[in-house]
Design a protein around this ligand. Structure first.
Ligand SMILES: Cc1ncc(COP(=O)(O)O)c(C=O)c1O
Length: 401
């Protein structure tokens, strides 16, 4: 295997679009143009001495695909260059990235502070899983900076939040919360899935660790599961790498190969989807039957000032609250012809979700109400179809409620 002629140092000088097409490429002796897919579990050694040296970390090279794999390495390096982080590790899914980013760092007796508004499984990790192993967790209202300050204890080791949050699109002030975390000596972990790496750069705002569900925009075509964790060399080497190696949530080389292709087109997809989402949000606001539209780039968005400060686009998720409840929401979803009903997001296909009965059904009604997730709430992930077709689909379905 050889690296591209350019060194990794040169690659950081490239514009983002170039990094996402060429960054991290390793070429085999065949000189292939597209990245090679290494479907192998293990690697052979020239000698027993070489095997020993690899296991002692005295010689670079691959040992076993649970630890590392050339196709996965290319994905990790490309995403590392995109984020501008010191180090990156890929995982099997977004949830294994979230879980490993926290559990590799904390121990029994530690305390973490997390925002209440989290994707259901992330909330399970901090609210139910961590306490079972003696890691105490305080949940706070993410936009409330005093709540973060007030929750800090002498044993606070980590902060965790997502922004924009799923599905209400509530924002957390990354810069301010990272400063509070730093002062408290806590590792600040941000789930950056909704904004994508193109619209929000948490590390530049002070966060220590960024996690992604690569399943979403990075794949971008609804095919494979994957995740990524980015942080400093110290965090990855001293905490994360050994945790991943020993517990095994490794990304499949096939998925890494698909995700490498996804990264190549990420900027053009996200740009087109943001443009369409903005227009869809405005279109929905004009339809009768829609009580509220939530979209970070609209003038009526409560946290518009913060959105403009820490994001460079509104994203491709639009959430609405319908007049009425579950009955109206279900009849609207069932009447849509182009938008497909699913709990996923970030796809080239436009998708629609009823959060109260799917992604957030695990929460008790009171917890949902506290987050502002009502039965009339509907979340859209805007795809790459024509705006006119999507708008027409929404209009006809709204008339059928
Ligand atoms: C904000 C957020 N974080 C994490 C995840 C988990 O990702 P995955 O499904 O790849 O495990 C999701 C999935 O929807 C999500 O929306």
């Amino acid at each position: 295997m050889s690296k591209e002629d350019t060194t990794s140092q040169d690659q950081t000088q490239w514009d983002l679009e170039t990094r996402l097409v060429h960054g991290g490429t390793l070429r085999s002796q065949f000189g292939e143009t597209s990245e090679a897919l290494f479907l192998t579990q293990g690697y052979v050694y020239d000698s027993a001495e070489q095997a020993e040296a690899r296991f002692k970390n005295e010689e670079p090279g691959y040992q076993y695909s649970r630890f590392s794999n050339p196709t996965v390495s290319m994905f990790e390096e490309r995403i590392r260059l995109m984020e501008g982080a010191q180090a990156c590790r890929a995982t099997a899914s977004g949830m294994s990235a979230v879980t490993a980013s926290i559990l590799s760092y904390v121990s029994a007796g530690d305390h973490i502070v997390a925002a209440k508004a989290l994707f259901g499984s992330c909330r399970y990790v901090v609210e139910e899983l961590c306490p079972r192993f003696g890691i105490e967790c305080t949940l706070v209202h993410g936009p409330d900076l005093d709540a973060w300050r007030g929750a800090v204890k002498p044993n606070t080791r980590a902060f965790f939040f997502e922004t924009p949050a799923n599905p209400t699109l509530d924002l957390v002030d990354i810069k301010a919360v990272s400063a509070i975390g730093r002062e408290a000596g806590a590792l600040v972990i941000v789930d950056n899935v909704f904004a994508t790496p193109l619209l929000q750069r948490p590390m530049e705002l002070g966060a220590d660790v960024v996690v992604y569900s690569a399943t979403k925009h990075i794949d971008g075509q609804g095919r494979c599961l994957g995740g990524a964790i980015l942080g400093s060399n110290a965090y990855v080497e001293d905490h994360l790498a050994n945790f991943l190696r020993q517990t095994g949530p490794a990304m499949s080389p096939f998925n890494a190969w698909v995700m490498l292709k996804g990264l190549e087109t990420l900027p053009i997809r996200v740009k087109a989807q943001c443009e369409s989402a903005q227009k869809i949000a405005d279109h929905l606001a004009g339809l009768s039957g829609v009580a509220r539209v939530l979209y970070p780039w609209r003038d009526d968005f409560e946290q518009l000032e913060l959105a403009k400060r820490q994001m460079t686009g509104g994203g491709q998720i639009v959430t609405i609250v319908l007049d009425g409840g579950k009955r109206e929401a279900f009849s609207f979803l069932n009447a849509l012809k182009i938008f497909r009903i699913t709990n996923n997001l970030g796809d080239a296909k436009s998708l629609v979700t009823h959060p109260a009965t799917t992604t957030h059904q695990r929460l008790k009604p009171a917890a949902r109400a506290e987050l502002g997730i009502c039965d009339g709430m509907v979340r859209f992930s805007i795809g790459l179809e024509s705006y006119d077709d999507l708008a027409a689909d929404l209009t006809q379905a709204m008339k059928k409620i």
